[in-house]
Design a binder for this molecule. Structure first.
Ligand SMILES: C[S@@+](CC[C@H](N)C(=O)[O-])C[C@H]1O[C@@H](n2cnc3c(N)ncnc32)[C@H](O)[C@@H]1O
Length: 292
């Protein structure tokens, strides 16, 4: 398997397929789990926003949403393990895209637990967005690469409706360029799970120019296993260069992420971080590993 410029295995081919089967089949093999760990934190973030702003149905933008994994988890009574099972079960491989979509539409109809938020997804992969919208995981999609281009009028009109921005597995592909372009419109609150090999500082600094404050949540979260010892060696090198100590974490075979929140009100990011820190004590399954 090829490596990308950051030293990670390149999974690019699974992000551009017409349906999510290659995505789930491949990521299951490396125990990709960050969307599941993120779910209670994003749920709490939405609840906090609803309570503080008095907005019953805020709009959540998932950046680098791919096939709408985070929205599927937040919108439906389901887990990432359920989704892995459903896309890799015997017989599923032979389904056509339409049959798979109909099955997912039924899942959304039968398992949608709350109408508490609208879900928008942004990605540079059009086929993944199309699938997620047609399945009903996403309400609106923004097919864009804000690393390179400013939003056009239609994209900006959607960004202007966004209250909250979340991401998993995306910062790194996406930098402060995209995040600042997204933030400029409606100044949404943000929560990003970021691999420790990537610094969040450039994002925090560009958001600070827009009036944001950023705080880190305690602890670190397992994102996935290394795909090979060669990948692990590349990442340990990258962490060494970045001055990040991998002892007890990446040195043991997993990539780890940290959660950051950013919001545009003086003195408010620390309060939001402490609210999200409490999630770890309420939900043992998704509590972070100790170090961070
Ligand atoms: C590791 S996947 C994460 C998918 C999903 N968030 C999850 O955690 O399951 C990274 C995603 O970032 C997207 N991506 C890469 N470059 C991007 C860019 N410049 N703008 C938006 N999305 C991008 C990819 O297409 C892919 O869907």
């Amino acid at each position: 398997m090829p490596f990308d410029s950051t030293g990670k295995i390149s999974f690019d081919h699974i992000y551009t397929a017409p349906d999510p089967r290659p995505f789930f089949g491949t990521l299951q093999r490396v125990d990709y789990q960050i969307p599941q760990l993120a779910k209670p934190y994003f749920t709490k973030l939405i609840e906090e926003y609803q309570a503080e702003r008095g907005i019953a149905r805020p709009t959540v933008l998932d950046v680098g949403c791919s096939y709408g994994v985070n929205s599927a988890l937040l919108r439906c009574e389901t887990t990432l393990d359920d989704l892995y099972e459903q896309y890799t079960a015997p017989g599923v491989e032979s389904l056509g895209r339409t049959a798979l979509l109909e099955r997912d539409q039924r899942l959304v109809r039968s398992r949608a637990t709350s109408d508490g938020a609208r879900f928008f997804g942004l990605d540079a992969a059009g086929a993944a967005l199309d699938y997620a919208r047609e399945a009903g995981f996403l309400d609106e999609t923004i097919y864009a690469d804000f690393e390179r281009y400013d939003p056009d009028e239609k994209q900006q009109a959607l960004l202007d409706q966004v209250d909250l921005v979340v991401s998993t597995g995306c910062v790194g592909y996406v930098t402060e360029k995209s995040i600042a372009r997204i933030a400029r419109g409606s100044r949404p609150w943000m929560a990003h799970f970021v691999l420790r090999m990537f610094s969040y500082d450039p994002v925090a600094e560009s958001l600070a120019e827009l009036g944001y404050e950023t705080a880190a949540i305690d602890g670190v979260y397992r994102q996935r296993r290394f795909a090979s010892t060669e990948e692990q060696e590349h990442i340990l090198d990258a962490l060494g260069t970045a001055g990040v100590d991998p002892e007890g974490l990446e040195a043991e075979g997993w990539l780890y992420a940290q959660l950051y929140v950013s919001r545009p009100k003086k003195g408010a990011a620390a309060g939001l971080a402490s609210t999200l820190n409490a999630v770890a004590t309420e939900d043992e399954d998704t509590a972070p590993d100790e170090r961070g």
